[in-house]
Design a protein around this ligand. Structure first.
Ligand SMILES: Cc1cc2nc3c(=O)[nH]c(=O)nc-3n(C[C@H](O)[C@H](O)[C@H](O)COP(=O)(O)OP(=O)(O)OC[C@H]3O[C@@H](n4cnc5c(N)ncnc54)[C@H](O)[C@@H]3O)c2cc1C
Length: 480
């Protein structure tokens, strides 16, 4: 068996692994990247980008369907060409993937092994390549193996009819009907996208949750908004799935205990993601694992215990979004290269966005943390907001959490284009600004961001720090 030695071995050439590689290389380390493929990153290949391409088509269809509400007629009605929609998704997706592949396609065997890695013993890996089995001895190892869709038990009987994010974008045309299991951010985005393109969609979740929201008020707003727009079945239990000639028959029990059966062409598994750790031989790694089998690690250094092993991206099941995967890759790459010198890095303020319409976003401290810390809540509804009314998008709610001095700590929001307000607020939370300080920044009129200003003013009122001039704007200003 051949043996390779290196300073830093990185398992996984996804967003976390690639960013770890460039950071470790820049620090002068000899780096070996290992990936069994398909390469191209989850984000570009089967995640962020193809899902947003599908949503872009869906929102275009929705705009046309709603044009009559502005007095704009569409002659001949709307027609969705499913094959053309899916072809564009793949064509543009392939362009994003091609850009990523440029970073690895010319790497020789001394820089990248194309095979599956697992621990043989602490600090030693076995990599099963196509024609070879290679031992890798590394000074430090970074685990950046990503995550995969969780397939709930009843779906194990119907593999031919189960779609995941790995397969849904390969459909040659849109399905006639789709059951989406899991109403978290990924399930909600794809359910709404498919429904707006004319697919008969039912969105299920065993909990009463939607879009990752945790604040009861935003959650209630979301249930109302999406309950009107989608066939939404929360608090349901999927009892069985049986393959039929035309698809898959799902049998479920609803929130009232009533049982139902319905046949769908496909079922999309969107009920959570599991870190790709099961095949890594972690039992031989010498690492301490938590109750879910994830190595225990320090989020500030990404080091696993006192070992020369680091973990980053979706593999650590913490902050599973793209910008965090890249950031964790940088932290892990820098520490792996400088090991045994390991430095803590301040982490970014949490930011999570669901690109549904309306958008959903969470910033910083969660609702339960806010409750535990006795925070005050500034609130604003979009129901009567100027810009939102202009565009017939006047629905949603912002809730901002602040301490007794108005220091911004977190927020949840659902509303038109709140992806932008969520960014602004995340930056302010990270800068440790108070609501009253943010109100000194310009807010253009009429924008959706004026909804953020209204919630900030409400927080200031509760804190008792709203200035006289701000009161005047509230009284005199237009609906904002
Ligand atoms: C449908 C969908 C939509 C999403 N939308 C968004 C979004 O809009 N915004 C956002 O911020 N995030 C989004 N995400 C999340 C985001 O895509 C992930 O957080 C991010 O891609 C994770 O990157 P990673 O490097 O950890 O994993 P990956 O990119 O999956 O990389 C892991 C790599 O490890 C390799 N590997 C695994 N095991 C082994 C092994 N044993 N040996 C060798 N190689 C191995 C794999 O082949 C893979 O290349 C979305 C995810 C999905 C699924």
């Amino acid at each position: 068996m051949k043996t390779r030695t290196c300073d830093v071995a990185i398992i996984g050439a996804g967003s976390a692994g690639l960013s770890a590689r460039s950071t470790a290389l820049a620090a002068g380390a000899k780096v070996l990247l290992i990936d069994h493929g398909p390469v191209g990153t989850t984000c570009a290949r089967v995640g962020c980008m193809p899902s947003k391409l599908l949503l872009a088509a869906a929102h275009a269809a929705h705009s046309v369907q709603n044009a009559h509400r502005f007095g704009v007629g569409v002659l001949g009605g709307i027609e969705v060409d499913g094959a053309a929609v899916m072809a564009r998704v793949r064509r543009e997706r392939d362009r994003f993937v091609a850009t990523v592949l440029k970073t690895t396609e010319f790497l020789g065997e001394d820089e990248m092994l194309r095979g599956s890695a697992r621990f043989d013993r602490p600090m030693q890996l076995i990599v099963d390549c196509k024609d070879d089995r290679i031992h890798v001895e590394a000074r430090t190892i970074i685990i950046a193996t990503g995550s995969s869709s969780r397939i709930v038990k009843p779906l194990e009987n119907v593999p031919q009819r189960v779609l995941t994010n790995e397969t849904i974008f390969e459909l040659q045309t849109l399905p006639r009907s789709l059951a989406v299991l899991g109403a978290g951010p990924l399930g909600l985005e794809l359910a709404q996208g498919m429904a707006r393109l004319g697919v008969k969609v039912v969105l299920f979740d065993q909990a009463d949750k939607l879009g990752g929201l945790r604040d009861p008020a935003t959650l209630e707003a979301a249930r109302k908004i999406f309950g009107e727009a989608l066939d939404l079945r929360l608090k349901t239990e999927i009892l069985s799935a049986v393959e039929t000639d035309s698809g898959v028959q799902l049998h479920w029990r609803d929130a009232n205990g009533v049982e139902h059966r319905q046949t769908f062409e496909y079922v999309l598994a969107a009920a959570g993601r599991t870190p790709n750790l099961a095949k890594l031989g972690l039992e031989k790694s010498g690492l301490t694992l938590d109750e879910h089998g994830v190595p225990r690690f320090d989020p500030a250094t990404l080091q696993c215990g006192d070992n020369a092993v680091f973990i980053s991206g979706d593999a650590d099941a913490n902050r599973s979004v793209l910008h965090e995967a890249s950031s964790e890759g940088r932290i892990a790459g820098a520490n792996a290269a400088s090991y045994p010198k390991v430095e803590s890095s301040p982490r970014m303020t949490l930011l999570a966005i669901t690109f549904s319409d309306p958008n959903i976003a969470a910033v910083g401290m969660s609702y339960s943390q806010a409750q535990a810390a006795n925070t005050l809540i500034g609130e604003a509804s979009y129901d009567d907001q100027g810009r939102a009314k202009v565009f017939l998008q006047n629905t949603g709610l912002i809730r901002i959490y602040g301490d007794k001095n108005g220091l911004l700590l977190g927020a949840e929001m659902i509303g038109p284009a709140v992806e932008h307000s969520a960014h602004l607020l995340a930056w302010c939370v990270q800068q440790k600004l108070k609501a009253s300080e943010v109100l000194r920044f310009p807010f253009y009129h009429p924008t959706f961001e004026e909804g953020l200003r209204t919630a900030l003013r409400d927080l200031c009122k509760k804190v008792g720090s709203l200035h006289r001039s701000e009161h005047d704007v509230i009284v005199l200003g237009p609906a904002s």
